[in-house]
Design a protein around this ligand. Structure first.
Ligand code: KG4
Ligand code: ZN
Length: 359
């Protein structure tokens, strides 16, 4: 990296959030990855309202909405940062994994902008964005490689070891539903709305978690894998029994919501504890939308305290999908000397295992 700061535009469109951001990166020998990042501006459009009526993300609607939002959001971040295209060094975009159509919109826009402005483009792995985003958080200033990461979103539940840029080892993951999916599907069964995580945690505040017996799948197993599909089935069984007895009232819904949240959090915390012990880790970072859950944050903190382990929860806007993490990952790769691409032909990778990423 030259000593000159680099300004990178980041574009995220892998699912139902359109995120655009500008980051300024400069060399910093004190920083964990040798780079200091500063968020110049960020803009995010959530499609939650668009998909709410369908109880989940409708891929075609997502793609169309990304098309509508991307150009205005890009103009917004440039204006907010007070920058022109001549100040921008490169464009990073999410190339996968995610919804194919949604990814294509981001990739085509990035390459189109790159072609028009003569700026190089850098395809970024969405999960690498999540894994590296904690390094931007001022609250995580002391964080050093290696650290453990719990990635909990609507599509992923993974525990990883992060040894450095591009060096990610999968330690455990869900064998069926993701944790966010378990929140969303349970909320749907209870008629609590979409997205389910915030709804379940709100209803849980009025509920008694111990009233209904719910499974803790794979809790006792020695590995770090998860399984949440059985939880959804157990919720369905309780809901059907309550409906038969005309007893699915608000208190029963709140009690089931509390039970679901307790079950998911207990399993996530137990597996994180095991990972910390197995890896002799000194830090754990949490990324992904479920990382916004207050009970999870509290319980992870309580678990880690006696172990002397630092737990980093990035600000909620860096936990969920955003353009900042994509700009930041691109900036780190550029700083390391990874070659950016000339704008032009492109492809997206809806299924892209992190293990296939360039080291
Ligand atoms: O990372 P994210 O914004 O998008 C991806 O899936 O990539 O995560 C969304 C997921 C949804 O399943 C949502 O229900 C869950 O995160 N979520 C929560 C909370 N806020 C969002 N789950 C539990 N508690 C929350 N407070
Ligand atoms: Zn994500």
């Amino acid at each position: 990296m030259t000593s000159r700061p680099t300004v990178v535009l980041g574009i995220e469109t892998s699912c139902d959030e359109t995120g655009v951001s500008l980051i300024r990166a400069r060399p910093d020998s004190q920083a964990v990855a040798g780079v200091h990042g500063e968020i110049l501006s960020q803009a995010l459009h959530s499609q939650v309202a668009l998909h709410a009526a369908y109880g989940g993300v409708v891929p075609e609607l997502a793609s169309r909405d990304h098309i509508l939002r991307l150009t205005p959001l890009t103009q917004t971040v440039l204006a907010e940062a007070g920058l022109a295209w001549s100040d921008v060094s490169a464009i990073g975009y999410t190339a996968g994994p995610g919804l194919a159509g949604a990814l294509l919109v981001g990739a085509a826009t990035a390459h189109g902008l790159g072609f028009a402005t003569g700026r190089p483009v850098m395809p970024i792995h969405h999960l690498e964005g999540h894994l590296l985003s904690p390094l931007l958080d001022p609250n995580a200033a002391g964080l050093r490689f290696p650290f453990l990461a719990l990635l909990v979103s609507g599509g992923h539940t993974q525990i990883m070891r992060v040894d450095g840029l591009g060096h990610y080892t999968l330690l455990g993951e869900t064998i069926d539903d993701a944790a966010g999916e378990a929140f969303d599907k349970s909320a749907q069964l209870l008629g609590l709305g979409y997205p389910g995580g915030p709804a379940i945690s709100l209803w849980a505040t009025r509920g008694e978690a111990s009233r209904f017996k719910l499974p803790r799948p794979l809790l006792k197993r020695a590995d770090l894998d998860f399984s949440f599909a059985g939880l959804k089935t157990a919720v369905l069984t309780h809901v059907q029994a309550l409906q038969r007895d005309h007893a699915l009232d608000d208190q029963a819904k709140a009690d089931l919501a509390a039970g679901v949240q307790a079950a998911i959090v207990e399993v996530l915390v137990a597996k994180c504890k095991k990972a910390i012990q197995d890896e002799h880790a000194s830090a754990l970072v949490v990324a992904g939308g479920v990382g916004a859950n207050r009970l999870l944050r509290h319980e992870l903190g309580e678990m880690a305290k006696p172990l002397g382990v630092q737990v980093c929860f990035p600000a909620p806007e860096l936990c969920t999908d955003n353009g900042v993490m994509i700009a930041w990952a691109a900036a780190l790769r550029l700083a390391r000397g990874d070659a950016a691409q000339a704008a032009g032909a492109f492809t997206v990778l809806p299924r892209w295992p992190l293990s296939e990423l360039t080291k």
